[in-house]
Ligand binder design. Structure first.
Ligand SMILES: NC(=O)c1ccc[n+]([C@@H]2O[C@H](COP(=O)([O-])OP(=O)(O)OC[C@H]3O[C@@H](n4cnc5c(N)ncnc54)[C@H](O)[C@@H]3O)[C@@H](O)[C@H]2O)c1
Length: 323
């Protein structure tokens, strides 16, 4: 594994060596990094992914302990086979585009809400623990920083509603059926294998491509907007912690970020530093609906699952751009 893997990964070895686990959406961006880590830890990993936005090649190089079931979490048979014998289901499968969710709310509901219910039903039957990929989009565009889990939710798109519904169902299954469930609200995850058309920290792969092609990176607004850019290994670490947390779990959802914010202009300066370039921004009018600032409070994640970031923004950016 790249980007500073080592101590943090080894800290999970005793828990996951030989463990059977299921990763939904494991051929996607974050899922494929989680599968890589689980494989390196010696786990027996079954991935279920319908490859609608994932790639078989993202699993290339994995050991024989990793198998892919090409199918949907909505297919009860395929989902049952994928979770057979699994102690933990890492549930990452989802449709992820906010604008597309506005065009196709029913499809997003089916995959993201019904799909999560299908996963929870399997967990209810088998006793598997569920680590659920939630989204900071639940907070909407509140100006209050940092964003804390106790704030009122303000989902502003069908996508955000579906991700929040998954959290709420997880909590209900924890309370009604004792399913051990942890939701992880990711903040702007970035890293290798992230596509330029991805929703979240896509500014990084997009600007990298522009700078390398000698074009000016597009900046919507004045570039002072800030984000809690979080390297993907932090999301992987959070999942591994959630999959083996020992405290009482009652369906809580916690923020996963770095707890630091950087402006887009700071990001560009750092990218120029890493790439040895001096690209200047191509300023464009602000985009409607863009959140001005985003920053995670990560105290609850620390309390519940012992989470602290393992890769800094600067190190993560360097390994993503140069790795
Ligand atoms: N990337 C981020 O910054 C971010 C932020 C907040 C939340 N999330 C959540 O994290 C999870 C992973 O995101 P990602 O960025 O890796 O996205 P991704 O699109 O790369 O990965 C999702 C994977 O799920 C698969 N999938 C979709 N529908 C499926 C279905 N019905 N059955 C089986 N597989 C299906 C896709 O083919 C894809 O491989 C998602 O749940 C997303 O909502 C991501």
């Amino acid at each position: 594994m790249a980007a500073g893997a080592g101590g943090w990964l080894d800290s999970h070895r005793a828990a996951y060596g030989g463990m059977r686990v299921c990763v939904t959406g494991g051929a996607g961006f974050i899922g494929s990094h989680l599968v890589e880590a689980l494989d390196a830890l010696g786990a027996q990993v079954t991935v279920i992914d319908d490859l609608c936005n994932g790639f078989r090649e993202s699993l290339a190089g994995r050991s024989g302990r990793v198998r892919l079931i090409e199918g949907s979490v909505l297919d009860a048979d395929a989902m049952s086979r994928a979770a057979e014998g699994a102690s933990v289901i890492f549930h990452l499968a989802a449709l992820g585009s906010v604008p597309r969710s506005v065009e196709e709310p029913m499809r997003y509901h089916r995959v993201n809400v019904d799909g999560t219910l299908a996963v929870l039903e399997v967990a209810r039957r088998t006793g598997a623990r569920v680590s659920y990929s939630a989204s900071s989009s639940a907070y909407g565009d509140t100006p209050t920083l940092p964003k804390v889990e106790t704030m009122r939710n303000d989902p502003r798109s069908p996508y955000a509603v579906t991700k929040l519904a998954g959290e709420e169902y997880g909590r209900a299954y924890a309370l009604c059926y004792d399913v051990a469930f942890v939701g992880l609200r990711y903040f702007n995850i970035f890293g290798p294998r992230q596509r330029e058309d991805s929703q979240y920290a896509a500014v990084i792969p997009r600007w990298a491509a522009a700078i390398r092609a000698g074009r000016k990176p597009l900046v919507y607004g004045d570039g002072s907007q800030t984000r809690d850019f979080t390297h993907v290994h932090n999301a992987v670490h959070a999942n591994l912690l959630a999959g083996r947390a020992t405290g009482t779990l009652e369906g809580e959802t916690v923020n996963i970020g770095c707890g630091e914010k950087y402006s887009l202009l700071e990001l560009l300066a750092q990218m120029n530093g890493v790439l040895g370039t001096s690209a200047t921004p191509d300023f464009q009018p602000p985009r409607a609906g863009d959140v001005k600032d985003s920053l995670a409070a990560i105290d609850a994640a620390k309390r519940l699952i012992g989470y602290a970031p393992v890769v800094t923004f600067a190190d993560g950016l360097r390994s993503t751009l140069l790795g």
